[in-house]
Design a protein around this ligand. Structure first.
Ligand code: TNX
Length: 572
């Protein structure tokens, strides 16, 4: 509350300077694309969008969909008809936007694009559909912030500055993880997050769907997972809910249209209390298990020693794979307390039979079985860096680095691919400044949760921006195994949709630039300039959704969370 009041006060003070900055961009003079493109050179004449502009697309149905989405967005904001035609555009004339794969530079790869502006046409050329899509996201940013307007904007002109852009991502995996177990978000929130991710050229949505505090995905074979496992008592009230298979199918399709793959996570063998509450026989010693409030390190986890546990997990994963076409399935694997396994006859029998050295090796054996099952269905296993413990990690498993400093170095040395999500800079459940960290702790304390040992700290926008997923001095042959990076929003603290936005934005924009742009293009002061000059205004105009702030207030809140305070600006 105090924080919000301060934010509002600062907003009023800064409103004047903001509108001046927004005007400067409206002139079309500056190119403030985020993430910054590989190359962006000024070229001849600007292109002006008018009531006569047409959009021509010469590629497949996915590209036509991309063109239609662009048309819808700009139609809403400009009121121009913007017809879309599937046709070749040999010599585009008369103000045409062209989306084409013809003669595209193969070096652009699966996701790169060129964007070439002239007075007669605006051409987005890419070898594949994803590149065409990213070109349209860049085009939206080249227009003024009015391009993001949810209603018809009264802009005097719709000018795209004369530029020539050549752009492709640094990393193939550019992700964001949402924890829907500890607290559940609305479907609308998920959609909007996907929209904003795509706008920043992020392409993986890792969805943490199961954990001790709630099972959030409908599994037809095991209805109790949601009838029982999706509900808990919090502050004397029943809290919970889940996503139906139908809702999930819709969200997967919604993401795919935006070139985002949803990577589902079914956490195992730990973080499984919600499943045990529904089906106690999956534990080493069946008992009365409860769906828990957020907690860490509890001893009750799946029993890997019983064939019935593996059968259950395979059946669950089979339904998961029917819903999610993602080539990668995340199985968690983190923070497993192995106390029960030590005295469990089933677990000890497997250790004996397989000649395993200890319980860590048992987890490794279990991971290997699940990896083999996924492989037999044409999928790949991904798991948090604990899956490396205990030896036998299959070569095709993707290691998700979070708390082990050496994981990226060791996993890539062993030939495994790695996605980097360091808790020190990519955990967006951490605060963005001292005040937000204090309010985080106060919030947890008020709920009776002592989070002293949970390692919450401050992760500023700048810290995210200046972090490199590739460890310094990693040899090139190992560096190519770093697939990319990902930020996470864990939701132990009661994070409603509005607060979740505060934790995510603007930090996810910095992560997006780290993932997309070449290292040599990264420059904090230029990033800050682009955010201040143009990008915050775009987000403020479109609205972040849940919060009902006016664009000016929202822009100021974004600046505040970015650490771009007035005092800092004055000192600069
Ligand atoms: C560690 S990251 C966890 C999560 C928590 C998070 C809190 C990981 C694999 N496990 O369960 O939510 O810290 O920051």
């Amino acid at each position: 509350m105090v924080l919000r009041t301060i934010v509002r006060a600062v907003a009023v003070l800064a409103a004047v300077s903001i509108s001046v900055r927004a005007d400067a961009e409206d002139s079309g003079a500056a190119v403030n694309v985020v993430p910054i493109p590989v190359r962006c050179e000024p070229d001849a004449k600007p292109f002006v969008l008018t009531a006569k502009t047409r959009i021509l697309v010469d590629h497949d149905a996915t590209a036509v969909q991309t063109a239609s989405m662009l048309a819808d967005r700009l139609r809403t904001a400009s009121g121009f008809p913007l017809p879309v035609e599937q046709a070749a555009a040999d010599t585009p004339r008369g103000g045409t936007i062209v989306l084409t794969t013809r003669d595209a530079d193969a070096k652009l790869g699966a996701e790169g694009y060129e964007l070439i502006v002239s007075a007669e046409s605006l051409v987005i050329r890419a070898p594949a559909a994803a590149g065409l899509f990213y070109g349209t996201q860049t085009l939206r940013q080249l227009l003024g912030p009015q391009a993001e307007s949810p209603t018809k904007a009264d802009a005097a002109s719709w000018t795209v500055p004369g530029v020539r852009i050549w752009d492709r991502p640094r990393f193939a995996y550019r992700g964001f993880m949402l924890d829907s177990s500890r607290h559940l978000q609305s479907e609308a929130f998920v959609r909007r997050t996907l929209d904003l991710m795509a706008y920043h050229k992020l392409n993986r949505f890792h969805w943490h769907l199961t954990d001790d505090p709630g099972w959030r995905i409908e599994i037809r074979k095991y209805p109790k997972l949601t009838a029982v496992g999706a509900w808990r008592m919090t502050d004397g009230q029943r809290y919970g809910g889940f996503f139906t298979q139908e809702q999930i199918r819709d969200l997967v399709a919604y993401a795919a249209k935006r070139h985002i793959t949803i990577v589902p996570e079914i956490d195992m063998p730990a973080h499984s209390a919600a499943a045990l509450a529904a089906y106690p026989h999956l534990a080493c010693v069946p008992g009365e298990f409860k769906v828990l409030n957020p907690c860490h390190g509890i001893p009750d986890v799946y029993c890997p020693g019983k064939p019935s546990t593996v059968e259950f997990i395979e059946a669950v994963l089979t339904e998961v794979m029917e819903l999610f076409p993602s080539p990668v399935i995340h199985i968690g694997g983190d923070e497993c307390n192995k106390t029960r396994w030590k005295s469990c006859p089933h677990c000890q029998a497997v250790i004996q039979r397989e000649g395993l050295s200890d319980e860590d090796a048992l987890q490794s054996w279990f991971t290997g079985r699940i990896a083999a099952f996924l492989r037999s269905k044409g999928r790949r296993l991904m798991g948090w860096n604990e899956i490396m413990r205990g030896g036998q990690l299959p070569k095709d498993a993707i290691v998700h680095q979070w708390n082990d400093e050496r994981a990226a170095v060791e996993a890539t040395r062993a030939g495994n691919d790695v996605v980097v999500s360091r808790a020190t800079w990519a955990y967006f459940d951490h605060g963005w400044d001292a005040a937000s960290v204090k309010s985080l702790f106060d919030g947890l304390k008020a709920r009776g949760i002592d989070a002293t040992g949970w390692g919450y700290g401050i992760t500023t926008l700048r810290k995210v921006y200046e972090s490199d997923p590739v460890p310094a001095d990693l040899p090139a042959e190992q560096a190519r195994h770093i697939l990319g990076a990902q930020a996470q929003l864990w939701t132990e603290l009661r994070v409603d949709d509005v607060a979740a936005d505060e934790y995510i934005w603007p930090r996810l924009i910095a992560l997006a630039e780290v993932c997309w742009s070449p290292r040599e293009r990264l420059d904090w002061s230029d990033f800050r300039r682009r955010m201040e000059t143009a990008h915050f205004r775009r987000l403020a105009v479109r609205g972040l959704g849940a919060g009902a702030s006016s664009p000016d207030v929202l822009q100021m809140q974004l600046r505040q969370r970015a650490g771009f305070t007035e005092a800092e600006s004055a000192a600069k």
